[in-house]
Design a protein around this ligand. Sequence first.
Ligand code: TRP
Length: 467
Amino acid sequence: MPRAPLGMVRLMQTDPSTRGQWGSRLGFILAAAGSAVGLGNIWRFPYVTGENGGGAFVLIYIACTVVFGLAVMWAELAVGRATQQSPVSAFGALAPGSLWKLVGYLGVVTGAGILSFYGVVAGWTVGYLLYAVGGDLSTGDPGALFGRFVERWELQVTYLVVFMGLTLLVILGGVRSGIERLTKILMPALVVLLLGLIVNGLFQPKAADGLSFYLMPDFSKVTGMTFMYALGQAFFSLSLGMGAMLTYGSYLKKDDGIAAAGAYVVLFDTAIALLAGLMIFPMLGGKPAAGGPGLVFVVLTKQFQTMPAGQWIAILFFALLAVAALTSTVSLLEVVTSSMVDEWKFRRRPAALLATLGITLLGVPSALSLGGVPWLTRIYTVGGKPQGFLDLMNFIFGNIALAVGALLLCLFVTLRWGIGPAVSELCQGGAWFGRVALPFRIAVTWLCPAAVIGLLLYMVITGQSLG
Ligand code: TRP
């Protein structure tokens, strides 16, 4: 098979012998990092940190990433590469005729659920990019501007449709390897821009207050829910718990060092999230008053208003953020599409079209739940703050379903496939993994299941099922 320079080749073929493979391990790392780095890092991490007390949350988040994120990343890559299949078929292949296949189905449903609200927020990046181009961000109160923007449901639905359309184009258009090549340039550009904005933010008058909120842990307000959010955020940010990394791992070659590749992705993704926090909190100059999903958009707009060449920087920033979001939405749609192809024998084009249509429809209530339609905007409250349909989807699919998915994956590896075969898969192409096999085993067998089961029980017992 000819080697493609980067990217997945002939993804549409499901016969393992002709199924695509990454041209190089770097191609995989770029695509996996493209999946991982997205709105989860720049939009979700700062606002979840803001809502969960700052520094203490950051520490718990880092711990979750190191202990659970890395282990689940390795487990997913191992299952993916061992089977060379997409999630549903992968479980079917390692445990034929069993109910484990349902774990794959759960992943597909979770992916669709996440993409439905993720697409709405990704639409904001396009909306803000257009605002920036038109100069609409340059004056006025950023908070009010954001409120008016998300309230206009016709805009929200339009941008959702636009973003889902872009995602579909990438999945169908065969421009994926182009996008991955672009990622090689755009991701470093995003990092450079983040660094520049951090430096700028550190010179703001109240930067020290923001920094201390972000970096000085105050454990007095930490509850079980803080852990639940940190764990959910770790899985969300790393694209774990629903088979996305499993799918990407399935395109790796047998002699690729998957353990090291996975570790790079974890490191890179976590670094970007921490940088995003370092950008936002000094700019904000304290703890967020209202916080909420608008945090990053509001704080950045305010900053751009005071910066020299702020309009240009805003354009650059939202454009890069839109691309980062696009590489993530592509990975979500890819899992749904490839499962429909592998499992239900769809052809790739109708599968992708149908999935896009269904997920976009599912996203509409989220798009309407930001003020556009009152009852969708206030479905329940958490700590006195009204939560809408988007918040609900975010919590159910972006936290709970991912944690459950990761739990089931760990149970699958421990109880059915065996930790031995998983370790030997991970040692292939990287014998050093043998030295961390024991901690890996402990994390997958004990720590991860105990943490997820413990947190789910805690939520049921304390009745905090919605946060
Ligand atoms: N990790 C991406 C982000 O941080 C979002 C994402 C892409 C994702 N694919 C996923 C989350 C699969 C969970 C599962 O923006």
